[in-house]
Design a protein around this ligand. Structure first.
Ligand code: ATP
Length: 432
């Protein structure tokens, strides 16, 4: 039987006030519609562990799509529903998104199996989940707001710092859980439960990954690469011989480990300096994983994993061109030559270059391009050139580029008067 505890005060303490109030309102709305509503999954896990997480997933004992549509109407929010899965996303006025799912009431049963004991829809829903730490739920209906529901001992496992599956066939049912187990274990510094570890080893031995769609493996690897420290997860995967099971030709060697660490540092730097940029950081780690593999083999892996087209192209570009390009950067003369080599490359490519092992000077060239050179604009513009009597045309771009390169090379100061003088010289030279 489940154990109960109330976490209403904790919710109030850690959530932004607006979100807390919103959740209370959703609970009251559930009362009106006479359905039970619960926050479930990662949010609850992280609330107990004390990790910041404002991704709220709500399960409705009933039809979540109907519920979400009515809720959106009441709150003047937008709603997207997915009838096939009976799920919905509501986007509230401030931009806050909340996902809704329907607790499944239908039962999958083998023909002739004994009738199932009547079980709450919520419990049935939670039973399909990966690990006990992900099975906690918080009721949000007004009368029982904040009641923590723990059917499978998730609370104790969080206290004991253990990752445990719910049943012995869990990894057989879905081998991607092997990757998820080690990702969560690393993130929270938890251990696998003894039985869970045994089951995981058996699942790897039986090569169960072969039975999984490649794109699901890709999705979980991507999740790993979006963690704070993918290197540590990879070392765990290596410990259980999972990397070679997924990619037989790849050895998890010193070079790759170092590169993973360098990429991690570059990403931290980049997030700090360009927080607004949407960067596919996981591609850098896929690049590191496959670097120095023959391209036809990489092609095979990419196909097996069903990597989305755009990401596959980016990855290929990195694998094919980064080593030759970094060599050119090293051999270039002036800064502006480096600029020409690097301009218009995707952000991920540039970051990969910055992470490659190389001498200090070459690395600084890439970093200077990322930090400053690419943003340099002359203080002289087309209007100025026009007023010097130059006819608009491709020559404009040529002169403005020359000015830019002179600034990048440190030959022209960031001073409008001086730049105008130089522009005038260039215009006169063109006129002649
Ligand atoms: P985070 O987003 O912090 O990595 P999360 O727990 O929210 O963690 P998701 O991958 O978004 O992770 O999954 C949401 C929930 O769905 C999880 O809490 C988990 O219980 C369930 N889940 C996801 N993948 C599986 C799976 N392969 N098998 C069973 N349950 C799963």
């Amino acid at each position: 039987s489940p154990r109960f505890k109330n976490v209403a005060a904790k919710l109030k303490e850690v959530l932004p006030e607006e979100l807390f109030n919103l959740i209370k309102e959703i609970g009251k709305f559930a009362d009106e519609r006479k359905v039970n509503a619960y926050i479930i999954g990662g949010f609850v896990r992280d609330l107990i562990i004390g990790r910041k997480n404002f991704d709220v997933d709500i399960v409705i004992e009933g039809d979540a799509t109907v519920f979400a549509k009515e809720l959106a109407k009441r709150f003047g929010a937008k709603v997207h529903t997915y009838e096939r899965f009976k799920t919905a996303t509501v986007v509230f006025k401030g931009g806050k998104r909340i996902d809704f799912a329907s607790a499944r009431t239908e039962v999958y049963r083998a023909p002739g199996a004994l009738p199932e004991v009547d079980m709450a829809p919520l419990k049935k829903d939670l039973m399909r989940r990966d690990f006990t730490i992900n099975t906690l739920a918080i009721k949000i209906n007004e009368k029982e707001f904040g009641k923590l529901i723990d059917f499978f001992g998730g609370l104790k496992d969080i206290k004991d710092k253990k990752i445990r599956v719910l049943h012995s066939l869990s990894f057989v049912e879905d081998p991607t859980r092997i990757l998820r187990a080690l990702r969560f274990a690393t993130r929270y510094r938890f251990e696998l439960g003894k039985h869970t570890e045994r089951l995981l080893k058996i699942a790897v031995q039986r090569k169960l990954f072969k039975t999984v769609e490649g794109q699901r493996i890709y999705h979980e690897l991507k999740q790993i690469f979006l963690e704070d420290n993918p290197l540590r997860v990879m070392n765990k995967l290596e410990k259980y011989r999972i990397i070679s099971s997924l990619f037989p030709s790849i050895s998890w060697d010193r070079f790759k480990k170092d590169l993973f660490e360098r990429i991690r540092k570059v990403i931290i730097w980049h997030k700090l300096n360009f927080p607004e940029k949407e960067t596919k950081y996981h591609i850098l780690y896929f690049g590191a994983l496959f670097l120095r593999e023959p391209l036809n083999r990489v092609e095979k892996y990419i196909k097996e994993l069903a990597v989305p087209q755009k990401e596959a192209e980016l990855l290929f570009q990195i694998l094919k061109n980064s080593l030759p390009l970094i060599k050119k950067v090293r051999l270039a003369g002036k800064n502006s030559e480096v600029y020409e080599l690097l301009q218009n490359l995707p952000e991920e490519f540039l970051l990969f270059l910055a992470a490659l092992p190389q001498d200090e000077e070459t690395r600084n060239r890439v970093l200077n391009y990322l930090k400053s050179w690419r943003f340099i604009k002359p203080l002289v513009n087309g209007e100025d050139l026009k007023s010097m009597g130059l006819k608009p045309g491709p020559v404009f771009k040529k002169i403005l580029s020359k000015l830019k390169y002179a600034i990048i090379d440190g030959e022209l100061p960031n001073d409008r008067e001086e730049q105008l003088t130089r522009a005038k010289e260039l215009v006169d030279a063109e006129k002649r």
